[in-house]
Design a protein around this ligand. Structure first.
Ligand code: HEM
Length: 401
């Protein structure tokens, strides 16, 4: 069958998957990967088609994979009508207004971590900025007490590990995963119970009070939403920030353009998202026979859509492999498409914009130490780095000079 290739998908294209995507584009059709047991979709139009047709391409990819770690109860793993109800509720609690109101706080958090970072040279951008900044933001949005935030990065990492293991066929539960999962869920249930008694001006209180069709969310449902926001709001932004600095270090003339034209920041954010997104792929499962391009799929087949590839589709972008912050932003697929479109997109855009704008006011150049070899994040579906040591050359006009 055309497209059913005995294709080896090396999982270690982690630092730079783009040459491989370019090869895949040449085939001009989705392919089947025996190693991954899934159909792989690269073209932007095909990716959109899959993500738009939730009746054929279901999100219930976690169903039945683990009874200890019921990830199917997460919004991302649901189809309508359950998804519609919970999504409406989450949207109601997680309003653009709530995000907008957080802007001064987000700016203060950017300033705090940037000041700290500038005190150390060279600095690991991942450790000192890209990790703590989004964690602090999501913790403030949810209303997590400061003393508990240390746990967050650990829980968030564990949730990513669990989801990757399940999606790559490792379905037995590791004891440390089960205990972290239970600790996290119990923690959220405790906070939600407190907020029901003493509501505050935070997302936890809004989730604790939220109702779907006159019914209050159960503790488990509300805790699941909290844990999803924690994970979805962390790793994604951490790695996108890291990818932004990695890319600007590689293309210093683009950074120079940005610092002399700060009005380009929103466009630069969109171009980083297109050029080197953190979330490279999403999973679906067919509910009935389907066809994409020349490829026919049976019901019950796994499908992986490559958002990172779609964003470099030569049919959609001229010179797709050129990083150009003056490019007119088109509709990239970084936040997905259709009913699961990223709920946190306005927050992610605000975080990226404030971070890049503020760093551009003070940093003239990012220099990665000579001979340093970038180490990819050991992740299946996220593109990022473990560390990013950079020497930050300060701008002459910067107040810290
Ligand atoms: C640069 C950062 C981010 C990227 C690249 C990103 C990417 C995505 C993508 C691709 C999806 C679609 C999933 C699918 O179709 O199966 C998604 C969904 C989601 N995202 Fe994000 N995201 C980012 C930041 C955030 C933030 C900051 C939050 C919230 C704090 C968030 C919350 C969510 C939620 C709750 C969903 C599930 C929506 C649903 O299933 O209906 N994301 N995100």
């Amino acid at each position: 069958m055309k497209g059913r290739l005995a294709m080896s998908v090396e999982l270690d294209r982690r630092l730079d998957p783009y040459p491989w995507y370019a090869q895949m584009f040449e085939m001009n059709t989705p392919v089947f990967s025996p190693e991954l047991g899934a159909y792989l979709v690269f073209r932007a139009d095909d990716v959109r088609k899959v993500m738009a047709d939730y009746q054929t391409f279901s999100s219930t990819v976690f169903n039945g994979l683990s009874s200890d770690l019921p990830f199917e109860n997460q919004l991302t793993g649901m189809d309508p009508p359950r998804h519609t109800q919970l999504r409406a509720l989450a949207t109601h609690a997680f309003t653009p207004k709530a995000v907008q109101e957080l802007e001064p706080r987000i700016q203060a958090i950017v300033d705090r971590y940037l000041d700290r970072m500038l005190e150390q040279q060279p600095v690991d951008f991942v450790k000192e900025f890209a990790i703590p900044f989004p964690i602090t933001v999501i913790a403030e949005l949810l209303g997590i007490p400061e003393e508990d935030r240390g746990q967050f990065k650990y829980w968030s990492d564990i949730m990513v590990e669990i989801s990757e293991r399940l999606l790559t066929g490792k379905t037995e539960t590791l004891p440390q995963h089960a205990s972290a999962y239970n600790d996290m869920m119990n923690y959220f249930v405790r906070l939600l119970t407190e907020r029901r008694k003493h509501p505050q001006q935070d997302l936890l209180s809004r989730l604790a009070a939220a109702e779907v069709d006159g019914q209050r969310l159960s503790d488990t449902e509300a805790s699941n939403l909290c844990s999803l926001l924690l994970v979805a709001g962390n790793e994604t932004t951490t790695n996108l920030l890291t990818n932004a600095v990695r890319t600007f270090a590689e293309f210093p003339e683009q950074w120079d353009l940005l610092i002399h034209n700060p009005s380009l920041v929103p466009q630069a954010v969109e171009e980083v998202m297109r050029y080197r997104s953190s979330v490279q792929m999403m999973f679906r499962v067919t509910t009935r026979e389907a066809q994409i391009g020349d490829l026919r799929m049976k019901s019950g087949e796994r499908v992986i859509v490559f958002l990172g590839a779609a964003n470099r589709d030569p049919a959609k972008y001229s010179h797709p492999d050129v990083f150009d912050i003056t490019r007119q932003p088109g509709a990239h697929l970084t936040f997905g498409h259709g009913i699961h479109f990223c709920l946190g997109a306005p927050l992610a855009r605000m975080e990226m914009t404030l971070a890049l704008k503020t760093i551009a006011q003070r940093v003239a150049q990012f220099n990665i130490p000579l001979g340093y070899e970038l180490e990819p994040l050991p992740s299946f579906n996220l593109l990022g780095l473990k560390h990013l040591p950079v020497h930050l050359v300060l701008r002459q006009s910067s107040s810290v000079q």
